[in-house]
Design a protein around this ligand. Structure first.
Ligand SMILES: [Zn+2]
Length: 280
């Protein structure tokens, strides 16, 4: 049975990765720009089949001394799905009303869908919301939405207006609360962000959708069809992979299997490699 949650600490922060659910992707979408033979080789090395690559959705709940902070909300009830985030939170003793701050790394349905419940009301009714400024401004501008993929624009228009009066936008690299900082990570979307959680010498980098599969560490220039700005995605990957290596940080990537999507990024000559953390 798939595990629903995994608890660990980063210094004074109690962290819980929560499994919102799984799905399968295809190699043609995940590695849209990859040369055929090299891709076949990489897939074989990772034991993956091209038409069905399992993926997960790993949200992060952080308890500080005084606040409960959720990073990404899963899919909620979008796309006729039902994300498991809230049910698992309840099992672990957290009500949605307990959440003080919700950080949204980008405006894709699997990350912001859980902001609203099946009635279209706010799920985390007491929370303030935080998002990167570039992301918020892009997805709330009628003009830019005309150039965005329709599915993403629809999700933005369905959800973001409900968050507007609770939204704090953060420009550049900046702290949300002490020890938790947004890091711009553009490319996957125009204003996609990563989050650094650090305390007492421990660090966790929540890289969200900077990479969607461990193969992206070995071939950072193989972007996915959903990456909005491919060249910038590659640049961001290289910078953040290098940051993770330099800081020896624990890393979580939202869609990486196996759950809880935790591991380390290792440097291999001119590329990188994913090393899952010892199994929980
Ligand atoms: Zn995603």
């Amino acid at each position: 049975m798939t595990q629903n949650s995994y608890t660990f600490t980063i210094g004074r922060f109690e962290c819980m990765i929560i499994n919102d659910g799984g799905y399968a992707g295809t190699a043609s979408a995940l590695f849209a720009g990859a040369p055929e033979q090299a891709l076949a080789h990489a897939l074989a090395q990772h034991g993956e089949t091209p038409d069905k690559l399992p993926a997960t959705c790993s949200c992060l709940l952080i308890q500080s001394e005084s606040q409960l902070i959720l990073i990404d909300t899963g899919v909620g009830f979008l796309y006729s799905m039902e994300g498991r985030l809230v049910a698992t939170m309840r099992e672990k003793g957290f009500a949605p009303d307990d959440v003080d701050i919700v950080v949204l790394t980008h405006v894709h349905g699997d990350h912001i869908g859980g902001c609203i419940n099946h009635n279209g009301e706010l799920t985390f009714s007491n929370a303030r919301f935080v998002m990167g400024g570039d992301e918020w401004h892009y997805w709330t501008s009628q003009e830019s939405l005309q150039d965005a993929p329709q599915w993403a624009a629809d999700t933005a228009q369905q959800i973001l207006p409900k968050l507007a009066d609770r939204m704090r936008v953060i420009q550049g690299q900046n702290e949300i609360v002490r020890g938790i900082e947004l890091i711009p990570a553009p490319g996957h979307t125009i204003g996609h962000v990563a989050v650094s959680i650090s305390s007492d010498g421990d660090q966790l980098l929540y890289l969200s959708d900077t990479a969607l599969h461990p193969i992206h560490l070995e071939y950072p220039d193989w972007t996915a069809s959903v990456d909005q700005i491919p060249e910038q995605t590659v640049e961001t990957r290289k910078q953040l992979f290098e940051l993770a290596v330099r800081e020896k940080a624990l890393v979580t990537l939202f869609h990486f299997m196996p759950f809880p999507s935790l591991g380390y990024i290792r440097r291999l000559a001119d590329r990188w490699q994913w090393e899952p953390a010892a199994s929980p």
